[in-house]
Design a protein around this ligand. Structure first.
Ligand SMILES: Cc1cc2nc3c(=O)[nH]c(=O)nc-3n(C[C@H](O)[C@H](O)[C@H](O)COP(=O)(O)OP(=O)(O)OC[C@H]3O[C@@H](n4cnc5c(N)ncnc54)[C@H](O)[C@@H]3O)c2cc1C
Length: 265
């Protein structure tokens, strides 16, 4: 094993080595996936590193981007391919990120890879049934602007109202011209067309990595006896919120035990 240190190169002849070199997200923190080339050259299979728990790009209009980038959509429900999650999303310059989006990032990434886009559904008021929304939207608006009316009757934040405008315009409509049932239906399922995955450098974690077929039950590389691997460099994926750290610790403990067993053989 060779280490580059401030004092120069250090060579260590170890009887057992545990590699825990991470994935490739937030590379400026040190985990840059640089190990992939060396491992692949040694004939060890590595599934391509991809962003996970990541943001996505959406083709926002200039007006929506300039007014709402950086604002959250709070207490919403996000749905895609039969999965629904409660959480929040952050509107970015290029699209969406945030906890709710990360939770669906696996299937969204796969869909975009397969067909170039994925339509994410956002329920902006998940706690209010559509009938109740229709009733509230049916109350005469009087002299209030549409934005004030929506804020007062259904408690929508300016960013959520902006998103309704954005979605309506994308399908050639105007929310001001929608009747209460149509507007209620839109509030319950705003379609957001996602067309790309945000760069891995901004992702919370990494999918892909060292193939499980390459390690044995003790997390030892079959082609390199005495070398073990753990953590995000292995080919698994998990939601954020503690599960990634838990899996990194658990595989680290298993690889450490494997190394001890190897040394005591
Ligand atoms: C912004 C952010 C927020 C996160 N929030 C959460 C959260 O809330 N909950 C959760 O469960 N997980 C979260 N995670 C994910 C979690 O931090 C990782 O899954 C976990 O740290 C992976 O542990 P690891 O030991 O496998 O890799 P890492 O923690 O990435 O450690 C790998 C280490 O190896 C070093 N290294 C890499 N290559 C070399 C090399 N060639 N030579 C020497 N050293 C090298 C790196 O510098 C690094 O120190 C978050 C991640 C990010 C980036």
């Amino acid at each position: 094993m060779t280490f580059d240190t401030p004092a120069g190169r250090v060579f260590v002849d170890a009887d057992a080595t545990v590699l825990a070199l991470g994935g490739a997200s937030w590379p400026r923190l040190g985990s840059d996936g640089g190990w992939v080339a060396a491992v692949t050259q040694a004939g060890i299979k590595v599934a391509p590193l991809q962003p996970a728990n990541c943001g996505f790009t959406a083709g926002w209009s200039e007006i929506f981007r300039s007014r709402f980038a950086g604002q959250p959509l709070k207490r919403i429900e996000l749905s895609f391919a039969g999965q629904r999650v409660r959480g929040e999303a952050l509107i970015t310059q290029g699209g969406l990120e945030g906890g709710g989006v990360y939770a669906l990032s696996g299937p969204l990434r796969e869909a975009i890879a397969a067909s170039g886009e994925a339509v994410l559904g956002l329920d902006l008021r998940p706690d209010i049934a559509v009938d109740e929304l229709v009733r509230r939207l049916g109350v005469p608006r009087g002299k209030q602007s549409l934005a004030t009316f929506l804020r007062k009757t259904v408690a929508l934040a300016p960013a959520a109202i902006g998103l309704l405008h954005e979605a309506a315009i994308a399908s050639g409509e105007r929310i001001a011209a929608m009747d209460p049932p149509a507007l209620a239906t839109l509030i319950k399922a705003v379609p957001v067309r996602l067309t790309g995955v945000a760069p891995i450098a901004r992702a919370i974690s990494t999918a892909g990595g060292l193939a499980f077929a390459e390690i044995d039950a003790q997390f030892m590389l079959q082609r390199r006896p005495g070398v073990f691997a753990a953590g995000e460099m292995l080919d698994w994926d998990a939601p954020t919120g503690g599960y990634l750290l838990q899996a990194a610790f658990a595989t680290g403990a298993a690889a450490g035990r494997g190394a001890l067993q190897w040394l005591g053989r």
